[in-house]
Design a protein around this ligand. Sequence first.
Ligand code: 48H
Length: 259
Amino acid sequence: MNMREIDITRGIVENHIESLYRALESDVVIVGGGPSGLVAGGYLAQKGFNITILEKRLSPGGGIWGGGMGYKYVIIQEEAKGVLDDFGIPCRPYKDNYFCVDSINFASGLIFEATKRGVNIFNLTECEDLLVRDGRVTGVVVNSSLTQLAHLPVDPITFEAKAVVDATGHDHDVVRTFSNKNDVKLNTPTGKPMGERSMFAETAEQAVVTNTKEVYPGLFVCGMSTAAVYGGFRMGPIFGGMLLSGKKLAGLLEECCSR
Ligand code: 48H
């Protein structure tokens, strides 16, 4: 075999550019590759939508990998088991209404299934701002996380989308930045992000699903960022709410993108 380094490089560059082209006009850009974003993306890609996920870290998976305090299992309540099944993730029953999931299996399984269904994930890629036209979010402003880490003065590029999702977890980075930079009224009781509250698992798990919604025309929230945006409680290392939030979001976006 005549192995040439330049062919290896061409293979990487050509394929990356092709992925990038596909992302430029996405149906949905999901910011954050944690459980809620991966589940939403996986269901939508299965229906044929062009889905891009931006993840600022090297590895997608968000808060899954660490289990609870670094102990590697997380808990799922019975109502969310169907989502695990849909993504082919194994679990074992625990007490009457719970299932235990190995966090390594959980994170890698969601990532693998989402990408198999066609979700276009960009790691080391950060959303730093939004595109807004006539009172509607129309896309994202994107930069390399490495540029951000090194505090280099490098301008970003942009992706257009029919809908953008803040799936950035506790940070609610997208909604927070959007609200701070613009004189906008969000679809929250105060018109602003309301801040996350202390731990109360049962209430938190219900609220995370209820508050999965459009927070501004074209901008949706799911997962833990709903708690920060709508003043919800936190729930600790139980992840069913994240899965059900992602599934609900997929339903909302399917409707929005088919209009
Ligand atoms: C690109 C970004 C940006 C940005 C952040 O935190 P996550 O796992 O998010 P969720 O909501 O799917 O899951 C929350 C869950 O992991 C959790 O934290 C729970 C259940 N906590 C309960 C408790 O009481 O503590 O993932 C968000 C992802 C991360 O991977 C970030 O790196 C990424 O978003 N991210 N990516 N551009 N601007 N900001």
